[in-house]
Design a binder for this molecule. Structure first.
Ligand code: 8YV
Length: 317
């Protein structure tokens, strides 16, 4: 018997999709016009789910899959999966832990340099033919140096550590906050987020979003101050987005580099045309190398779980 797999969000690596198709009967829920009707009719046949980090799967969907054995998340964030429900049913929920660390850290540094050095607005100035019209160097405001910036990292997990390692090469002192101080990192722990922001030139969010909704609010942004930058490569909901828009609009912080938003793919309109804001469409892990490694981990988790064993990357079993 071939196991039946429900894919809730696409995998972008053809070789991984070929493997999925070769091993299983794969149903792509995102291609169904009426997803609820499809689940009602076919849900009882599904043994495994593949989903994305920010797509996840809700209890209401899992409840329609009585044979479900594993939810393989093609990502590291599991905030969009109902873990307690999965645990209660003995469903393995796996992630691709470790596979995307380097790429996400790279983008965090890239977004910070892009925003403090005004790379995107400089690009637009040249691209739009403005340079010959305004040839004096004074046409473009001076930018802000990245090397040596005091970084405050929120979340000293795999990604936070990889960001800190990169920052060291730029001579940036690193402080961090997390649920607790960590004995195995050489950086200064600051328990309070407002205090961390006050001691930082840039705050980089690399934390899991469970129980941390809106932690970056007006008080934190005001502590970061008018010369401070915010970078978010974790989850949009860590930030109180209305407070962020207000702070950027009023110049109460200097700029931001944002890969993630509260209501993706919708970005607050006020952020779309700010020179001091660099935007990405949730792309931090979107390289061939990382997505291939992630896809291989998804295949491995499915194979192990459907053979009746516990996948190494399971969070719930
Ligand atoms: C995923 C993410 O790569 O890992 C996560 O939690 O949010 C993303 O970077 C994306 O969900 C693709 O599945």
């Amino acid at each position: 018997m071939q196991h039946e797999v429900l894919q809730i969000s696409p995998i972008l690596i053809p070789a991984i999709n070929e493997q999925l198709n070769a091993r299983y009967t794969v149903h792509r829920l995102y291609e169904q016009a009426d997803k609820d009707a499809w689940l009602r009719t076919h849900g009882s046949r599904i043994h495994a789910v593949v989903t994305g980090g920010h797509t996840g799967i809700q209890e209401a969907v899992m409840a329609q899959l009585p044979q479900l054995q594993v939810v393989a998340v093609n990502g590291v964030g599991t905030d969009a999966v109902d873990l307690a429900y999965a645990r209660a049913r003995g469903i393995h929920v796996t992630g691709t832990f470790g596979a995307l660390t380097e790429d996400v850290a790279d983008l965090a540094i890239g977004l910070l340099i892009a925003s403090c050095r005004s790379i995107c607005s400089g690009h637009r100035f040249v691209q739009d033919g403005q340079w010959p019209l305004h040839p004096l160097p004074s046409a473009i405001p001076l930018a802000r140096r990245f090397s040596g910036m005091r970084l405050g990292i929120v979340g000293m997990g795999r990604v936070g550590r990889a960001i800190a390692t990169r920052a060291a090469a730029f001579g940036c002192p690193v402080r961090y906050t997390d649920l607790q101080a960590m004995a195995d990192v050489p950086y200064t722990f600051v328990a309070d987020l407002v205090a961390l922001a006050a001691q930082s030139d840039a705050l980089i969010l690399a934390a899991a979003a469970e129980n941390a909704e809106g932690i970056v609010n007006a008080a934190v942004l005001d502590a970061l101050g008018p010369d401070g930058f915010l970078v978010n490569i974790a989850r949009g909901k860590l930030v109180h987005e209305a407070d962020l828009v207000a702070a950027l609009t009023a110049g109460r912080i200097a700029g931001a580099g944002l890969d993630v938003f509260v209501d993706e793919p919708h970005v607050p309109p006020a952020l779309l045309h700010m020179d001091r804001v660099v935007l990405q469409a949730h792309r931090a892990s979107a390289t061939w190398e990382t997505r291939t490694a992630m896809g291989e981990m998804v295949l491995q988790s499915l194979a192990t779980a459907l053979a009746g064993e516990r996948p190494a990357m399971s969070l719930t079993t």
